[in-house]
Design a protein around this ligand. Structure first.
Ligand code: 5GP
Ligand code: ZN
Length: 113
């Protein structure tokens, strides 16, 4: 539900967040509970529940969000040697927030799959 969705609230500016980047289609914020030295979330402005709701019409947007990781890697020294991208899909996939997002993780990744 868009109205109660925490990420929609962040996008609308009703809930504060540490914003790293923004463009017309997505925002990048710091994760509130980081699991690595750098833990960012790439979030589409449109409320799309999960990867399962993407289709070929939205493939460009998905590609754009994945490619922004290259820009993020330049911004953060911890990502110089590499970084991890993760997408949790559905409850069984570990997705807690039902608004699609891509995790960008860098630095101290031990313990992460
Ligand atoms: P998921 O398990 O759904 O893939 O990941 C959701 C992520 O969102 C978690 O890593 C969690 O720490 C983060 N998160 C949850 N609520 C907030 C919030 O209000 N602000 C920010 N910045 N991150 C959040
Ligand atoms: Zn939402």
């Amino acid at each position: 539900m868009e109205k109660e969705c925490i990420f929609c609230k962040i996008i609308r500016g009703e809930v504060s967040s540490e914003k790293i980047l923004e463009d017309e289609d997505f925002i990048v914020i710091k994760d509130i509970n980081p699991k690595a030295d750098v833990h960012l979330l790439i979030i589409p402005k449109e409320h799309i529940t999960s990867l399962r709701e993407f289709n070929s019409e939205k493939a460009d947007m998905l590609g754009k969000m994945l490619l922004v990781s290259k820009e993020l890697a330049k911004k953060f020294d911890q990502a110089k040697d590499g970084y991890k991208i993760a997408i949790n899909v559905g409850k069984g996939g570990g997705q807690i927030i039902d608004h699609f997002h891509i995790h960008f993780l860098a630095g101290n990744l031990t313990g992460l799959p």
